[in-house]
Write a protein that binds this ligand. Structure first.
Ligand code: PGA
Length: 258
């Protein structure tokens, strides 16, 4: 098992005042009870990033900070977009790339995902490539083929030096925000498949996360039976206690298996 990674994707929730409050709450708990065996990342909306990174730095909280998206372009006439260099300047270390909500609602094609991923890793930031099938694809019995195509489109030809900067998150679209978690077996099957495809693209030892209605109650089973390296958490990351319970489960699972 790789060292686990637990990422909280706040989506379009929490203004900067609420964001600072949540990060301070996380900081108090993490300072009293450090989680030594897990990397924890929070991913606030763009407008919160400056405040969140300032609090994390000034209070020396053991959290890293990510962005939910970035432009594939370096600069220029791209109204509403944010460049990777702007994120870098804020000490953002992680960027989610190709979340299914960006793919479905903001026309993020495989091609745009591939260009964005390259922009992120070129700048030396960590990219979390999100993949996963819709319910209709699972019902048609072809989720592996679908995910394979997404992985090839995004990762084929990524430069060798950039490969360690990539994490893959398997997020079946039907499990996101629905309360319908994929079973441990479904997760294990797909993450094993993802590891095989990643290895065929020369990505060895890449961390593979699961996302989709993860909570404090299902995290431990998904880790041990689903054999994932951690989670991309949405709803349950908006409260300090539920998010930290998931991080704690990852910490304990790794500690027990080292
Ligand atoms: P959820 O979201 O945990 O609320 O299902 C996961 C995600 O979209 O990353």
């Amino acid at each position: 098992m790789n060292r686990p990674l637990v990422i909280g994707n706040w989506k379009m929730n929490l203004d900067y005042v609420e964001a600072v409050h949540l990060v301070q709450q996380l900081g108090v708990v993490l300072q009293n009870k450090p989680l030594e065996h897990v990397d924890v990342v929070v991913v606030p909306p763009f407008v919160d990033l400056r405040s969140v990174t300032s609090v994390v730095e000034s209070e020396r909280i053991s959290l890293e900070v990510g962005a939910q998206h970035a432009s594939a372009h370096d600069a220029g006439a791209h109204t509403g977009e944010v460049s990777v260099s702007m994120l870098q300047r804020l000490n953002v270390q992680w960027v989610l790339v190709g979340h299914s909500e960006r793919r479905a609602m903001y026309a993020m094609t495989d091609d745009v995902v591939a260009h964005t991923l390259r922009a992120v890793v070129r700048a030396g930031l960590q990219a979390v490539l999100c993949v996963g099938e819709e319910l209709s694809v699972r019902e048609a019995g072809t989720p592996r083929e679908f995910v394979t195509a997404q992985l090839h489109a995004a990762l084929a030809g990524v430069e060798e030096k950039s490969r360690p900067l990539i994490t893959i998150a398997y997020e079946p679209v039907w499990a996101i925000g629905t309360g319908l978690t994929a079973s441990s077996e479904q997760v294990r099957d797909m993450t094993e498949h993802i590891r095989t495809v990643a290895a065929s693209l020369s990505l060895e030892n890449t961390r593979v996360l699961y996302g989709g209605s993860v909570n404090a109650d299902n995290a431990a089973a998904l880790l041990s039976e689903g054999r994932v390296d951690g989670f991309l958490v949405g709803g349950a990351s908006l409260k300090a206690d539920s998010f930290l319970a998931i991080a704690q489960a990852a910490n304990d699972c790794y500690d027990g298996k080292r």
